[in-house]
Design a protein around this ligand. Structure first.
Ligand SMILES: [Zn+2]
Length: 211
């Protein structure tokens, strides 16, 4: 379901991109490159099983990197005035992204908390922000900070805390080969950075009840 919603959004963004003449994904170029890689590793790109592979990979990359052509901030535009000034936490937002060093997926969960300053945003919008930022060639550290800075500036929040846990294919299937390892990154802004007890509170909310 989430995927369908996302697809609808992407089409919309694509149309506005065309108006702004921003570059979009060049399928032909990806196809040519994939054929080239197949040949380079010693395969025959004309082999029956591989004939459709370049176009399949092109469509896949268009999907996985669609966040390059979207502005995550659009999802934070619609806010509601609320007196609520305690922590708002959206936990376990599942995402998949692509490690920009190896072009291999890293898959995990994001926990995003903020302390509102009179403005709250729809909870599902936070999931959208994570999705857009994830769908770019990424490193987990930058992804964590991008989400935190965006929430901080666009919601005018008193504080933002983002914790991301992910398993990186590039650590599991190649190199050091460490299946089961997880990378955890966090970005604390405003009150979460300055106030130890507020930070402890959010970490308890994120990890509380988990073994
Ligand atoms: Zn990597």
């Amino acid at each position: 379901m989430a995927r369908q919603e996302f697809a609808a959004d992407f089409t919309m963004t694509n149309e506005s991109n065309n108006q702004n003449k921003k570059p979009t994904v060049d399928h032909d170029r990806i196809e040519a490159a994939v054929r080239e890689i197949l040949a380079a590793v010693g395969e025959d790109p004309e082999r029956e099983g591989l004939l459709e592979t370049p176009s399949r990979v092109a469509r896949m990359y268009a999907e996985l990197f669609s966040g390059l052509h979207e502005d995550p901030a659009v999802h934070l535009k619609k806010c509601f005035t609320e007196k609520y000034d305690e922590i708002v936490l959206v936990k376990d937002v599942a995402f998949n992204s692509m490690c920009e060093h190896h072009l291999l997926p890293f898959i995990g969960r994001a926990h995003v908390a903020y302390l509102p300053r009179g403005k709250v945003v729809g909870l599902s919008k936070i999931g959208r922000v994570v999705e857009v930022v994830a769908r770019r060639p990424q490193v987990q550290e930058r992804m964590t900070e991008t989400i935190a800075d965006l929430m901080m500036s666009d919601l005018d929040a008193k504080g933002v805390a983002v914790v991301i846990e992910a398993s990186h294919s590039c650590m599991v299937i190649r190199g050091v080969r460490k299946p089961g390892s997880e990378c955890v990154t966090s970005a604390m802004r405003g009150t979460f950075r300055d106030n130890l007890s507020t930070r402890s509170e959010v970490m308890t909310l994120i990890y509380g009840g988990r073994k």
